[in-house]
Ligand binder design. Structure first.
Ligand code: SAH
Ligand code: AVI
Length: 333
């Protein structure tokens, strides 16, 4: 059997989790909604459009880095097991799969959006006879225990700087779980967007065509559909800016007027004042030092750091730290 798919969790549990997240996020200040709810079928399609925008350099630069790196990485690592967190349409994955020269490999995409996972799995299986796909539809913060045990050398992919959408405690917890998926000889390939001048960063999240604004508002449609809320997306404007002290782009939805939003299914009614915001996403930016520290905190060692000439984006190769390396013995110190 070349294709298996597991969906975590059932619709009831997913709605219950969303109800809790939405209630917590909207009733505490600053109001917020978790970015994972951007990604229904429409949100994934809008993100795909974002990746082709002239201002959104992240995807183009990371793809060029992957093209440069893939042959060496796949030749030295020779993985037979590849796990990808937040795989989306698995577009970048293809570059790595193509570089392995057709040897048998099991690919485990993990993503909250079932449509993007099933569509891309079908395409990959069609194109690649050596591939087995074991898809996990679920939340990479909650369902990584469902990733099947590796039969051989494993490469975990976490691309696109999706790690930057988690706050520091969240990414420490996630990378610690990723560390648990790795044995000696296995590797993590992590894509991170780099700290740079404000204008380039802010343009990437304020495109002239308004696709990022539509992506931002989509979270309100998702909450309307799933929980029966009565958000009027057109009554919110898009705001994204670089918060330099925190090294993150913040994306918000700004209420254009005083308005009341009702979510009867969870017994919530909130009043938004004019200019009040709902914080929908953070997108943290990194330096080599901050990425090294983040990895080290989770028991991972930065092994290689690849960037483009303009230092816009980096691909980090990380290895699990052995116990001896993580905690030097008194005699070695
Ligand atoms: N890896 C692709 C897609 C990045 S977009 C790329 O680099 O272009 C972010 C992806 O992560 C989306 O497909 C979204 O559905 C998924 N995602 C976001 N939060 C998630 C979560 N908590 N658990 C699982 N998938 C998540
Ligand atoms: C998926 N993630 C890394 C994107 C980012 O850049 O933070 C999501 C995105 N938000 C706005 N544009 C793109």
């Amino acid at each position: 059997m070349r294709y298996r798919i597991e969906v975590h969790a059932d619709t009831h549990t997913r709605l219950k989790t969303m109800a809790d997240d939405v209630r917590n996020g909207l009733s505490t200040r600053p109001r917020s909604l978790p970015p994972k709810y951007f990604y229904d079928a429409t949100g994934s399609r809008l993100f795909d459009e974002i990746t082709r925008l002239p201002e959104y350099y992240l995807t183009r630069v990371e793809e060029a880095l992957l093209d440069r790196l893939a042959p060496d990485l796949m030749r030295t690592l020779t993985p037979t097991d590849m796990v990808e967190l937040g795989s989306g349409f698995s577009v970048k994955t293809r570059r790595l799969l193509a570089a392995r020269g057709g040897t048998p490999l099991r690919y485990t995409p993990v993503d909250v959006d079932e449509t993007s996972v099933t569509d891309s799995a079908a395409r990959l299986l069609d194109e690649d006879a050596g591939l087995e796909v074991h898809a996990v539809v679920g939340d990479f913060e909650r369902h990584l225990m469902h990733v099947p045990a590796a039969g051989g050398r494993r490469l975990v992919l976490f691309l696109g700087s999706t790690i930057g959408n988690l706050d520091p405690p969240g990414r420490l917890a996630l990378l610690t779980q990723v560390r648990g998926l790795l044995r000696r000889g296995d590797r993590l390939l992590l894509g991170v967007d780099l700290v740079k001048e404000r204008a380039t960063l802010e343009a990437a999240y304020n495109d002239a065509a308004g696709v990022t604004a539509a992506f931002n508002r989509n979270v309100l449609r998702v909450v309307n559909q799933a929980l029966g809320a009565d958000f009027r997306p057109e009554a919110f404007s898009h705001r994204a800016f670089y918060n330099a002290p925190e090294a993150r782009i913040e994306m918000h939805l700004v209420s254009e007027r005083r308005q009341t939003v009702r979510i009867p299914s969870i017994g919530l009614r909130i009043q938004l004042e004019p200019a009040e915001t709902i914080w929908t996403e953070s997108s943290y930016k990194f330096t080599r030092a901050s990425a090294t520290g983040m990895l080290a905190g989770a028991g991972l060692r930065l092994e290689a750091w690849h960037t483009d000439r303009e230092q816009r984006f980096a691909l980090a190769v990380a290895a699990p730290r052995t116990r001896a390396a993580a905690a030097p013995s008194p005699r070695a110190a």
